[in-house]
Design a protein around this ligand. Structure first.
Ligand code: DP6
Length: 342
């Protein structure tokens, strides 16, 4: 039996991926911050197969229990990967994973899971064929992770990652993410306090949400805007401009939700507490001039972003103003990317 264990973090998009073409190609570029604590630890065991069938044999255990729904998604994904990983049909694959955060709360859990699955598969492929890990390893894993869940491809890099072709970044690609380097000190130590206002599973899956961008009346303009914003955000991350970072980040969160509100089958993921908290963040920022801002994923929970030098002030704010609006706070921060557990 061979075993491959990886921990892969989640990520929070500053510029959002929303809308995709066939084969998980994004309609626009996106840019994210890799998290540190929210992560999936996954091991892939390769067992010898009882039968010589050419069917993929796999099972998926999440936190010690068989998870039929995710197993089905992973099996479908593996079926698309047989050319890249010819060993898939030679073994019985046993996946076991655990998350450091609640499943499906808008804290991109499929991103960290597919990031870890892709890493384990690429690692297995290399080891079975006696190939050393090289500098392309993360790029290859990012490409594979994307095919499982789009946003997963950004989780494989430390700090900040860009996914999607943008004109002014020569090595950018729709097929994999790349790291953003040379980030200004202002953005090197960012924190993300994830304010859980509702931990119930997502009401509308991201897949359905993406599909509503087909035939969306504002889609074309939105995709142009997102690509421009990605380019601008890269400059902002390098020049340290908090003010523009805040404008872009918050407008992205609201634009993402505006797309949901204005799609043909419109839906609403924000909760009353989400709006109350946003208003309190605006007021706090105005009064204190502390550069904190929010972003949202496809859910009601708030990601509060700020440099770690403001940790104490932010804690005071949360304790005094927001305690009654929040079920739980997950304290996270910018992270270093995946880890291989031997
Ligand atoms: C709102 O990556 O979950 O979090 O590719 O269908 O798996 P699939 O979608 P997914 O979409 C994430 C959307 C988002 C924005 C983002 O992370 O960029």
């Amino acid at each position: 039996m061979k075993k491959f264990t990886w921990t892969c973090p989640s990520n929070i998009a500053l510029i959002k991926y929303w809308g995709k073409k066939p084969h998980q190609i994004p309609c626009n570029a996106s840019l994210s911050m890799t998290l540190s604590k929210a992560s999936t630890e996954l091991s892939l065991e390769l067992h010898s197969k009882d039968s010589k069938s050419s069917e993929i044999e796999c099972d998926y255990y999440f936190e010690g229990k068989k998870n039929e729904k995710f197993e089905h998604r992973v099996r479908e994904f593996l079926q698309t990967q047989q050319v890249h990983f010819p060993f898939l049909k030679d073994f019985a694959l046993h996946f076991q994973s655990k998350n450091s955060f609640p499943h499906s709360t808008g804290i991109a859990s499929s991103a960290s899971a597919f990031g870890a699955i892709a890493l384990a598969l690429c690692d297995a492929k290399n080891q079975l064929s006696g190939v050393e890990k090289n500098s392309n390893f993360m790029q290859e894993a990012s490409n594979i992770a994307r095919q499982g869940s789009g946003s997963a491809c950004r989780s494989l890099f430390p700090s900040y990652a860009l996914w999607g072709k943008v004109e002014d970044v020569t090595n950018s690609s729709d097929e994999y993410a790349i790291p953003i380097t040379d980030v200004h000190l202002n953005f090197q130590n960012m924190c993300d306090a994830i304010l859980i206002v509702d931990s119930a599973p997502k009401k509308v899956s991201s897949s359905l949400g993406h599909s509503l961008m087909n035939n969306h009346p504002y889609a074309a303009q939105r995709f142009v805007q997102a690509n421009q914003r990605v380019s601008e955000m890269i400059s902002v991350l390098r020049n340290g401009d908090y003010e523009r970072y805040i404008q872009l980040t918050e407008s992205e969160a609201l634009t993402l939700h505006a797309m949901m509100l204005t799609s043909h089958d419109y839906y609403l993921l924000m909760r009353p507490q989400t709006l109350e908290i946003i208003e309190k963040i605006f007021k706090f920022r105005q009064e204190t001039k502390i550069p904190v801002c929010f972003t949202l994923d496809a859910g009601p929970n708030i990601h509060l972003l700020y440099a770690n030098s403001y940790q104490e002030k932010v804690e005071e704010f949360l304790n005094s103003e927001l305690k009654n609006h929040i079920q739980e706070i997950k304290w996270d921060k910018i992270g270093l990317g995946p880890q291989n557990k031997k």
